[in-house]
Design a protein. Structure first.
Length: 224
């Protein structure tokens, strides 16, 4: 292994916008597998020529990633490569990102959602979701008409914080038929989301009677 490869193997923070040539090689699979295995914090900022989603080989290579920030990537249409996701032993798994704790997405003009139910079930360590200034986002978790019935209840066990700001097309957090639970959720911030109508979680124990809250939360919304 060259000194170049050894140096990147020890890397824990990477901001790809500062290395456009490196980004192109990563996306096209022209770098050694495992080169970024120790990266814990990845920032993509102003990567205008980014492909429509994270390729599955990139997800696999970033299996120790804990913080992902995506900013000003206007060509990004899908945050995760859905074709690269697999179902194994009736448990939803995502190729890589199993250790992801914080996801921040700002000013990505082509995104319409962040997750599918199968993907979010693979992110069981996720603690923070922050989405700001994404004009086309309609849902955070995409309603999947062809979703398998055996997925059952969707649980995000460690999610503590949700921030949603300046999302003019956001209508729901999740509008699918499956129950959604966030038992560790402590903080929700919603600002300038004019179409926001409902979150879908389960077993809401305390529910406000204000008109705003009745539109924001459905009968399936719940926190511990």
């Amino acid at each position: 292994m060259s000194n170049f490869q050894i140096g990147f193997c020890n890397l824990e923070y990477l901001k790809l916008s500062e290395f456009p040539t490196l980004k192109e090689k990563i996306w096209n699979g022209r770098l050694p597998v495992g080169l970024f295995c120790n990266v814990k914090w990845l920032v993509l900022d102003e990567v205008s020529d980014m492909s429509s989603s994270f390729p599955s080989h990139v997800l696999y290579d970033l299996k120790n990633l804990e913080t992902l920030e995506v900013r000003n990537c206007h060509s990004l249409k899908d945050l995760f490569d859905i074709e690269g996701q697999t179902l194994k032993n009736n448990e939803e798994e995502i190729l890589g990102f199993n250790n992801l704790k914080s996801l921040k997405v700002h000013n990505c003009g082509s995104l319409r959602y962040l997750f599918t139910p199968s993907i979010i079930l693979g992110l069981d360590k996720l603690q923070e979701i922050e989405v700001k200034s994404c004009d086309l986002i309609e849902e955070i978790i995409k309603k999947d008409e062809e979703q398998k019935a055996d997925i059952g209840k969707i649980i995000i066990p460690h999610l503590k914080s949700i921030v949603l700001e300046l999302l003019p097309d956001l209508a729901n957090f999740y509008s699918g038929s499956n129950d959604l639970e966030c038992p560790s959720l402590k903080s929700i911030t919603i600002a300038n989301c004019s179409k926001m109508e409902s979150f879908v979680f389960t077993d809401l124990k305390e529910k406000s009677h204000s008109d705003y809250t009745s539109h924001l939360f459905s009968e399936k919304v719940g926190f511990s």
